[in-house]
Design a protein around this ligand. Sequence first.
Ligand code: PGA
Length: 252
Amino acid sequence: MRRKLVLGNWKMNGTLADARTIAADLAARIGDPVAEVGLCPPYLHLATVAEAVAGSPIFVGAQDVFWAAKGAFTGRVSAPMLADAGIRWCLVGHSETRGKFGKLETPESTVGYFAETDETVNLKIKALLAEGIRPILCVGETEHEREAGETDSVIRRQLSAGLVDMDPVTVVVAYEPVWAIGTGKVCDTAEAQRVCAMIRAQVGDTTRVLYGGSVSDKNAAELFAQPDIDGGLVGGASLKSETFAAVIAAAA
Ligand code: PGA
C-alpha cells in the first residue's frame, strides 16, 4: 500500500517571517495527517521552516541541488551540504529548473538559465541518493509537445534518461504538465490518471507517482482519488496554510 504524499513547493516566494508563520500554522492545522507531508521552501528559508515544523510530522525538502559535491561552483548548493543541514528530500527536474519558466517577462535567451537536462537530472538524483536524500523526479510535457501528440514519448524519455543506472524505487515521480503549472488550467482528471498509470507501468508498483499543476483545495480530492495518483506536488496553493491544509486533508 503506497502512502499518499503531499508536497508544497514554495518556489521563490515570501520572507523569512512568512515562511515561519505559514509552516507553524500548517503544522498546527494538520495535526497527524493520513498523508505524508513536506514543504520545499527556498534554500535561505530551509532552516527556519525546519525549526517551525520541529516536532510535527512535516518534513522539509529543497527545490534543487547541484551534482558536484564541492568546489568552484558559485551560487550552487550540493547534496552533502543539504544532508549536513538535515534535509532528506529534494525536487529534481522541475520544469522551472529545466528552464521552462511560466511567466518570466525577460527575453527568451534568459529562460534557459538553469538549463537542466535529462543528463543533469540523472547526475543530481545520483548525488542525492549518495547522501541518503530522497529525490522527487519531476516530469511533464509542454503545451507544444502535447499538441504535437508527444506527451507519452516525452515523459517516457524523461523517466528513462533521468533514471539511468537506478532503481526507480529510490525516487518519487511527480507528473507535472508544464502548461498546467501556475496557470489554473488543471489537467483533466482522467488524463492525469492515464499519464500517471503510464508512469507507473514504467517505474513499478512501489514507487509513488504524484500529480502537480494547479492543484487546489477544489480539485485535490478528485485527483488524489485516482488509483495511480499517490498525492500532489502543490505550488501556489501551498503558500496559504488554510488552503494547503485542505489539500492535505483531501489525501485522507
Ligand atoms: P502550481 O505549481 O501548483 O502553482 O501550479 C506546481 C509546481 O510547479 O510544482
